[in-house]
Each structure stands twice: as C-alpha cells, then as structure tokens.
Design a protein around this ligand. Structure first.
Ligand code: GTP
Ligand code: MG
Length: 220
C-alpha cells in the first residue's frame, strides 16, 4: 500500500518509448540512461516489453518517467500502436554501423505517427563501432542521419550505449523538451493534450490551485 502511494508521489509524469529494430541497442541505451539519470523504482520485463520507471528530481520538481522498451523483432511490430500510445516522447534508434536498421527506421517513424507524441528524437547508436571501422561496410553518416531527422522535424544524435557522455546529451535534450511542454501555471487540460500527467504533488499544491483558479474560473 505504502509503495503504491510512494509511486504516485510526483509532480509530473511522462511516458517515453524507445523504438527500433532488434539488436540496435534499445535496452542497452535505456540501461545507460537509467543507470546515470534518476533512480529506478520499478523494472518489469516480459518477452515483448521492458518497462522501467524512474524518479528524477531537478531544482523544483519530482518527475516520474516511465520508459517503454519493446523488442524489435518482426513479430512484435503489430503491437507498436498500443505500445506507443500515450507517449510524451518517442526515441527512434538505429544502429549506425548497420545500414539495414537505418533503412527500416523510417517505417517505425511512420507506424508511430498515429501515436502523436509531442517529442520525437532520432538516434544513430553504436557510433563507437563506426569509429573503429572494423567489419563495418557502408556505415550511416551524420549527414544522412540529420537529413532523415529534418524530414520528420526531429533532432538527431549519434550515441554509444557504452559511452556515457553521448547518452547524457540525448537525455538533456529530451528532458528540456519535456519541461518546455509544461505551461506555468500547469493547466491540466493543456498537459493532457501533450500526454503529461499531473501528479499528486502539483494537484494538491495550494499555490498551483490559486494560480489555476485565476486562469480557469470553474476550476476548484
Ligand atoms: N559496441 C556497442 N555495442 C552496443 C551498443 N549498444 C548496444 N550494443 C550491443 O548490441 C547488442 C544488442 O543490444 P540490445 O540493447 O540488446 O538491443 P535491442 O535493441 O534492445 O534488441 P531487441 O531487444 O532484440 O529489440 C548487445 O550485445 C549490446 O551489448 C553500442 O552503442 N556500442
Ligand atoms: Mg531489447
């Protein structure tokens, strides 16, 4: 009982989905994020889906971030809409040392369009493998990654799930984009439209209620 209430004790909640072909490094990428940024409070795995829930605190607020990481195998593709639905952000990952995964990533982007996530990011992972140039034929260049990202209005990052710095850069961009979705005062209707969930800490805050009452006369 106590654990449930602890899990609900946040200001804002976001769902982030990580999407891409099998073996591109989604689970490794997620491990790198959650090991370095925030505290993991829940971790669930099934044959199709891993979810990790983290709490992240900045100077002002506590955020609950729930990451969805689905296995990229072909047979799981039909579940992608259910899985992405309600995401505040989607991170599309491909393996920059394996061109076939870059060629497929556009399909993932199109399949997730219905989910209408306000934030989308494109990531070319395994850049360390590209750098060593060992056994890599025709790697995906930064110009190609940037070109595809621009086509869909996304930012592009090159990462290595085994190199912390590049992962922190993606997280910083993601997190700043999430914060930019929150109006001040945090109007619940506007937040719902952006898939940002308002937590107990904000909704019971007296200053927040007063600010909102000024803005929405019917709010109590
Ligand atoms: N060199 C290198 N290896 C990586 C990187 N990211 C992941 N790997 C390795 O690539 C393999 C696949 O990584 P996973 O994280 O399991 O890939 P996935 O996308 O989750 O795969 P599915 O769950 O099958 O969809 C593992 O052996 C990882 O250790 C990276 O940035 N660089
Ligand atoms: Mg995985």
């Amino acid at each position: 009982m106590e654990r449930t209430s602890e899990l609900e004790d946040f200001h804002f909640k976001f769902k982030i989905s990580i999407v891409g072909d099998t073996g591109v490094g989604k689970s490794s990428f997620l491990d790198a994020i959650t090991q370095n940024l925030g505290k993991v409070v829940e971790n669930e795995s099934s044959t199709e889906l891993n979810t990790k829930t983290t709490f992240y605190i900045d100077d002002s607020y506590m955020y609950k971030i729930v990451y969805f990481d689905m296995q990229g195998k072909e047979r799981h593709h039909k579940y992608i809409h259910n899985y992405c639905n309600g995401s505040t952000g989607v991170i599309f990952l491909f393996d920059a040392s394996k061109r076939s995964t870059f060629e497929k990533v556009e399909q993932w982007i199109i399949e997730c369009e219905k989910c209408d996530a306000p934030i989308k990011i494109l990531v070319g992972n395994k850049i360390d493998v590209v750098m060593t140039k060992k056994n890599v034929l025709n790697p995906v260049t930064k110009v190609e990654g940037l070109g595809l990202a621009r086509k869909y209005g996304m930012e592009y990052f090159e990462t290595s799930s085994i190199g912390e710095a590049s992962i922190v850069q993606v997280f910083d961009h993601l997190f700043n984009s999430l914060l930019n979705l929150i109006p001040n005062p945090p109007d619940p209707e506007a937040l719902m439209g952006k898939n940002v969930v308002l937590g107990k800490r904000v909704s019971s805050d007296i200053k927040f209620k007063m600010a909102l009452a000024d803005m929405l006369p019917n709010y109590d």
